[in-house]
Design a protein around this ligand. Structure first.
Ligand code: 5GP
Length: 362
């Protein structure tokens, strides 16, 4: 097994519906095609297209949502996505998704999220820990021993935590509803709020009341920030002091300075940024500047299905493009422990898992 696959990894920026397998998407499209709800041949080439601009990606998401937004399918894709990440030795996964309402099928934001939780419960390929609880030391040591073996002979364990996304198309009231739901679902692994959706849509002030409320209530917050040039937004977002931000592409000099001073960790999504042409070439990606400045950062997939990538692939890509060795990549992955939205007990477990894997690094 290649080192980028076998090494333990932490995924902190993965959208549920963007991480769906192509095969599942095609199967769902075929079924809807047979029912006459869509024309399969029209949809097939849209799904299989490889490179898309950011605008085209959001059109694809509208199509994906038509195919996936029913309770059974949400449960299925959650199970598959978690199993896919676990199969490449992701030991801690923060999965984010936008709770959706669809009256015509009796779906509320809450029932959507219950279907997600059902998906976590349905995972069989690995042991999943998604409900926050105190780990006793012996359990912790036993689980590290289990996770120690990335050789497929013993059962692995993956921590999963959920972030609820506010879509930039939503109103202030809808955003507050999502935050309230997150608070109600704290006992089943929901730990924070993400602001995402088409960055050309919506205004910061619309979401601010909901984000402030979330912050006051102690939820963790991550924001998609600087995905498109928007001088009105980047600075207020940084001033807000979220626990992390995603992407950070279109920053002015002063904003880079503010980011570096603030030490807000950045979720870096290399393949996503290149495929959407947000960055013209990988060698000029801001990963290099942030890495050299020792700014907190973590490699992530964004939408493993939509961009045909995996977290292992992102590590391989960073290593080959930026000339970083196996040990440096291992350290980079391990540093991610500091930025997870979970308690010290989980962090302690992860440190143990990485320590144990480090012994096998040669
Ligand atoms: P879902 O929340 O439905 O599980 O995952 C898909 C949704 O995540 C998309 O409809 C979009 O709102 C959000 N999303 C996925 N990828 C990106 C991205 O690269 N940028 C932004 N801003 N939002 C994204």
């Amino acid at each position: 097994m290649e080192w980028w696959v076998s090494m333990p990894k932490i995924e902190l920026h993965a959208h549920l519906n963007g991480s769906i397998r192509d095969s599942t998407l095609l199967e769902l499209a075929r079924v809807l095609g047979e029912k006459g709800a869509i024309v399969f041949s029209d949809v097939e080439h849209v799904i299989m297209k490889n490179d898309r601009s950011l605008g085209e990606v959001f059109k694809l998401f509208d199509l994906i949502h038509i195919l996936t937004t029913d309770h059974k399918t949400v449960t299925r894709i959650t199970k598959e996505v978690v199993e896919d990440f676990a199969s490449e030795n992701v030991v801690y996964l923060e999965l984010r998704t936008t709770p959706k309402k669809n009256d015509s099928i009796g779906m509320s934001k809450q029932s959507y999220m219950e279907a997600v939780i059902e998906g976590l419960r349905a995972v069989t390929a690995v042991d999943i820990d998604f409900v926050p609880h105190k780990i006793n030391t012996q359990d912790s040591l036993n689980s590290i021993a289990m996770n120690d073996a990335c050789d497929g002979t013993r059962r692995k364990k993956t921590y999963v935590r959920l972030l609820l996304s506010i879509d930039r198309r939503e109103t202030t009231e809808a955003a507050i509803e999502t935050v309230k739901l997150a608070l109600e679902m704290r006992g089943v692994g929901v730990v924070g709020i993400d602001l995402s959706g088409n960055p050309d849509v919506g205004e910061w002030n619309t979401f601010l009341p909901a984000l402030k409320f979330a912050q006051e209530q102690g939820l963790y917050i991550t924001l998609h920030c600087g995905e498109v040039p928007n001088r009105q937004e980047v600075q207020p977002m940084l001033d807000f002091l979220p626990q992390r931000i995603g992407h950070a592409i279109f920053f002015e000099e002063e904003e880079w300075r503010q980011l570096k001073t603030s030490k807000i960790p950045v979720e870096i999504c290399l393949t996503s940024n290149i495929k959407t042409e947000s960055i013209s070439s990988i060698d000029i990606h801001h990963f290099v500047d942030l890495y050299n400045a020792k700014h907190p950062l973590v490699l992530c997939t964004d939408d493993a299905g939509v961009f045909s990538t995996s977290l292992s692939n992102e590590y391989k890509l960073a290593s080959t493009t930026f000339g970083l060795g196996k040990r440096e990549m291992f350290e980079l992955a391990r540093n991610g422990i500091e930025f997870i939205f979970a308690g010290d007990d989980v962090k302690q477990y992860l440190v143990g898992a990485f320590d144990s894997a480090a012994k096998k690094l040669n």
